[in-house]
Design a protein around this ligand. Structure first.
Ligand code: ADP
Length: 519
């Protein structure tokens, strides 16, 4: 059973199938070439026999006379040649080997034993051929008839009782005086030709083609193995790759071929996987760290209440602090839930036509109170109206994050300004402040989850952000097929520029790849 399965797997393998198709094509090609050569050889041998028979016919016409026997008065064939001349004798003997002469009715005048063996042409056939070969008086057939025969030539193939083939050339011959046509046939054994053909094809089919096929298959097997070796290498490396050793890469062969391209693509895929894995690890580490802080806080507060609090006031204070930590916990959990929904594409944008000028104006009014509390001047520079096809709630969330960051990171006396501009191809929103700024080395990370620039806040406190706000901003911008860009000068201020496509951007959900979209 297992052997059968192994065999099936083997025959389904690419190497086997490549070799098999290669061998099949090779075999078909060889057989085709052999058949073609055999065909050409047979045709050329056939031509040769026809040629020899034509020559013998011409010679026969020189030596054979059909005359009336003066003594008997019967018409008989006579062979006129120098019997002393060995060449002439040989030629005549050769012609006479397979030879038949009859009158127009098919009555045999003379025939060789060999011809009798292969069968004398029946009178009906002879009569038919004589009729066909004899030109009708006054007809043009006379002119078109073969000059050396004076009549149509018939080529037939016959077999002797042993099955040996003969080619027969027959036509009419006129008697001396041109009184009546007679039927004469001469022939030649084809067995020699068939032998030559057999001698040619037998070793070809029995030895050369099988040997070439075996050799070709071995070569094909070897070449397919060589060509597929890197693929197996890729598979082996891929097998070794797991979550813990994503740093493995398959070395390219520097051949610049399709396989190198495959390896390169594969390596890039692992690279991306590794980055995602790394991010996931970092994320879970961050999440547990973020969750641990309020949990530790709650534990501390409860312990205080349990072991050291004496008065109701002290109990109340511990409870109040614990509640604040719980608030922060649920804030984190809510934000994480939302982010993971956005990430998995479950958060679908609910787009509608929104007047962004009005929306920003309302937000700015809402933020006047916290701005005043922080002694920060909040201003807006808006066109009378700016229509966009966006998700109102998400755009509000985005601007809320940017405005609250601006107010939070701007010292007293500073200012935060939001402006809106509409261009034919984009809508541009700018939120800028005169706050503490972000050092250049932190800029690439501010859109990462839980990332907070060190120094802008000490230990996490309820007032401090979660480090998730800009991750949302980033997702919202990308979900709207827009771009966000941040410029910042430490000590001078920060400017976020958002470019949104004005019309109905087609995609309503965008997967968060986790990669920062800071542009
Ligand atoms: P948080 O909730 O902590 O504000 P964000 O994701 O919104 O988290 O921001 C990430 C970090 O980027 C902040 O902790 C802060 O260090 C920095 N940051 C964001 N906006 C500003 C700003 N306008 N000025 C200075 N720093 C900023």
């Amino acid at each position: 059973m297992a052997a059968k399965r192994d065999f099936r797997r083997f025959t389904r393998g690419l190497r086997f199938r490549l070799t098999a198709s290669y061998a099949l094509i090779f075999a078909l090609l060889l057989i085709g070439v052999a058949a073609l050569v055999r065909e050409r050889l047979a045709a050329s041998l056939d031509n040769q026999v026809h040629e020899v028979l034509n020559q013998e016919w011409a010679a026969m016409k020189g030596y054979l006379r059909i005359e009336r026997n003066r003594r008997t008065g019967k018409v008989e064939p006579y062979w006129y040649y120098d019997r002393e001349d060995p060449d002439e004798s040989l030629i005549v003997r050769r012609i006479q080997r397979v030879y038949l002469a009859t009158d127009a009715d098919g009555n045999v005048l003379e025939s060789s034993t060999a011809y009798q063996d292969i069968g004398v042409d029946p009178p009906s056939v002879v009569q038919e051929r004589v009729r066909e070969a004899t030109p009708k008086k006054g007809s043009t057939a006379m002119a078109s008839a073969a000059p050396e025969t004076g009549g149509k030539v018939f080529w037939t193939e016959k077999r002797d009782p042993q099955g040996a083939p003969y080619l027969i050339r027959s036509s009419i011959v006129w008697d001396e005086g041109h009184h009546a046509p007679y039927y004469v046939a001469i022939g030649m054994a084809l067995s020699d030709n068939r032998g030559i053909l057999r001698d040619f094809t037998a070793p070809l089919y029995e030895m050369v083609i099988p040997a070439a096929l075996i050799l070709g298959s071995l070569l094909g097997w070897f070449m397919a193995g060589r060509a597929l070796a890197p693929v197996l290498g890729v598979a082996r490396t891929a097998q070794r790759i797991s979550g813990s050793n994503l740093s493995l890469r398959i070395p390219t062969r520097q051949a610049g071929d399709e396989l190198d391209y495959l390896i390169l693509t594969f390596n890039r895929m692992i690279e991306r996987l590794e980055a995602s894995f790394q991010q996931m690890k970092q994320f879970s580490a961050d999440v547990s760290h973020e969750l641990r802080t309020p949990i530790t806080g709650i534990r501390g507060q409860l312990e205080v209440a349990l072991f050291t609090a004496k008065s109701t006031e002290q109990y109340r204070e511990a409870m109040f602090n614990a509640l604040q930590d719980i608030d922060r916990l649920s804030q984190i959990v809510r934000a994480l839930l939302l982010l993971s929904q956005a990430e998995s594409g479950q958060l679908v944008l609910q787009k509608s036509h929104v007047d962004l000028s009005q929306l920003v104006q309302e937000l700015v009014e809402q933020f006047q109170i916290p701005a005043e509390a922080a002694a920060v001047q909040l201003t807006a520079d808006l066109p009378p109206s700016c229509s966009a096809y966006v998700d109102r709630v998400q755009i509000e969330r985005m601007l809320t994050n940017l405005l609250s960051n601006g107010i939070k990171f701007t010292p007293e006396g500073g200012s935060v300004r939001i402006s809106l501009q509409s261009f034919p191809e984009r809508i541009e929103m700018v939120v800028e402040d005169t706050g503490c700024g972000i050092p250049t080395e932190h800029l690439p990370h501010i859109f990462d989850r839980f990332y907070r620039v060190p120094g802008t806040g000490t230990a996490p406190s309820p007032e401090q952000g979660l480090g998730l706000g800009l991750s949302f901003v980033d997702w919202i911008v990308r979900a709207h097929r827009g771009k966000i860009h941040v410029d910042s000068t430490p000590g001078a201020g920060t400017r976020f520029t958002i470019k949104l496509p004005p019309g109905s951007a087609s995609l309503d959900t965008v997967e968060l790849s986790g990669q920062s979209a800071a542009l």
